[in-house]
Design a protein around this ligand. Structure first.
Ligand code: PRT
Ligand code: ZN
Length: 223
């Protein structure tokens, strides 16, 4: 039985500041501990754990954190890994939060013609999202090779490591700088509040409900 809610938030990076701003606009105030990894809530029984975004699904899965603020792309990739391994994901999206918008898109060299861009069979596609890409290819019966890279995906075609890529795009400037163009969008992403599949069975349920009401009020005002 737990009577405080623990939320995992990105420590630094694109979602870190807007996530804290959203929590603050809900009337939530906190103080950081000396290690800068844990924040103790002062106005609500909620504590924050500051982590890398990639760690958030795992922290939800093992119960270290109750909720997390993370990109839908990261959450669904981990969910996809679970499904490919034959197990249901132990977490789900609770709310879209309206910031951190981007697309997971397939991109091909700019000089490719339309027909070539559509014929993905037999090609190597570099990505940091192998589960989402594999699902997408399988749904379409496309037999392409998924090349998993942890970073610098956009440069893979120029290095000869892949023919096409599947990566996050926001402004498109990085694709253009690498002479690539987006063809298909696999996922429309934004930051989401992620939580368990089943409701909490203790005092955390009430705290989570209060936080959700405040999120909804703040997000409603922003629309
Ligand atoms: O350190 P940590 O592991 O926590 O952070 P990180 O470096 O893995 O993540 P971070 O902070 O870069 O991104 C966190 C989340 O922000 C992502 O998971 C997405 O949900 C979201 N997001 C929104 C983006 C972008 N926009 C984005 N543009 N994540 C990455 N990018 C990349 C894009 O792939 C490209 O390489 O930024 C580059 C610039 O994009 P363009 O299209 O504007 O040129
Ligand atoms: Zn990361």
């Amino acid at each position: 039985m737990r009577d405080r809610l623990r939320i995992a938030v990105q420590k630094s990076g694109r979602l870190a500041e807007p996530a804290r701003a959203l929590l603050a606009s809900c009337g939530y105030a906190w103080r950081e501990t000396r290690d800068h990894l844990f924040c103790i809530g002062e106005t609500m029984p909620i504590d924050l754990l500051l982590v890398r975004d990639d760690d958030i699904p795992g922290l939800l899965a093992d119960g270290t954190c109750d909720l997390g603020i993370v990109g839908r792309n990261v959450l669904l990739e981990r969910a996809g890994e679970c499904v490919l391994a034959g197990a249901p994901a132990p977490f789900r999206e609770w709310r879209g939060l309206g910031f951190g918008a981007c697309k997971l898109a397939l991109a091909v060299p700019q000089q490719w013609g339309e027909a070539q861009a559509l014929a993905l069979d037999g090609l190597r596609i570099a990505t940091s999202y192998p589960a989402l890409l594999t699902q997408w290819l399988d749904e379409r019966g496309i037999a392409a090779e998924v090349v998993t890279l942890s970073g610098s995906v956009e440069i893979a075609p120029r290095l000869g490591k892949a023919d096409a890529i599947c990566d996050l795009v926001s402004s498109g400037a990085t694709l253009a700088a690498n002479q690539l163009r987006a063809t298909d969008v696999l996922l429309e992403s934004e930051a989401v509040l992620a939580g368990p599949v089943a409701p909490f069975g203790d005092a955390r349920a009430e705290i989570a409900a209060l936080l959700l009401r405040r999120f909804d009020a703040v997000l409603g005002l922003r629309d």
